[in-house]
Design a protein around this ligand. Sequence first.
Ligand SMILES: [Zn+2]
Length: 343
Amino acid sequence: MEYLYDKQVNPGEFIEIAEGVLWLTMPLPFELDHINLYLLEGDGGWVVLDTGIGTSTTKSLWQRIFGQLNAPIVGVIVTHLHPDHVGLAGWIADTFNVPFYMTQTEYFTARAFAAGRNGATNARDRLYYQRAGLDDALIDKLTSGEGNGYSSVVSPLPISYTRLKDGMTLSLGANEWQVMIGRGHSPEHACLFNQKKNILISGDHILPIITPNIGAYSTEPDADTLEDYLSTLPQFKALPEDVIVLPAHKLPFIGLHERVDMLIAHHHEHLKALLDACEEPQTVVDLLPVMFKRKLSSRNMVFAVAECLSHLNYLHHKGVISRSVNYRGQYEFKSLEAKQLAC
Ligand SMILES: [Zn+2]
């Protein structure tokens, strides 16, 4: 793999990465400290591709960017519903009164997350963590919040949108972008490929250096999101090997085919390690050290449990491990003898 730059562009600035494609970054208040955003030349102005997390810092950086652009904002595209991508979509789209593009599942899931529990109890969230093997104190900590973390960092979403569909061509001015859907990191993540420019905007579906989080969360505990992910990666190997990949995190790169192979191999290593560890019955919490070598903060615990469970669900759906509930109400996973995982 080859990187096109050796460092990130500074927040509040942008560079032209290809004709009609600008690259900028916004800071994030997490371990992952930045997100890459892009501006695509459209009809009479710029189309924003992902928007940053909805904080006053991001807003003031956007104001600086808007002041430097040679043309107005004429549209907003969001790859998927995570707050660092969709955070300021409503604010930008409604400020400029321009079309807002998203896939259907991402759009409506974002609207649902923004609405929160809406009076429903948190019993199902508690059961999810109990099944994973967390102790009561940590379950209390992770589920007691009444607030809506999502809408605190996502500005109100536009109440109408333009739907992106798999395989469609999105024409922005004279530029044609083909929509390619990736699943697993989020339910219907849009990637955009421009054949003429030989550019793929990969969002979070394909990242260099780091692997996107693939989780089975409390909203759908039995989800086979790893199958979703692994089955929507190979399509990208049909794109040119020398395509320029513009990811949402880390640096733009060339080497898409190699990266796809690495991501698939990474998950298969985890699957094999989990299968070996399940010779004796194990809970999700027992298995976390198999996948995560470092100590986990409670915030990281949420992602780690979901990631581990997505791998176990994959093995369970493939019929190579069994799942039972022990006397403490926790799932126990055990590998089934004579079953082999086909890779
Ligand atoms: Zn994401």
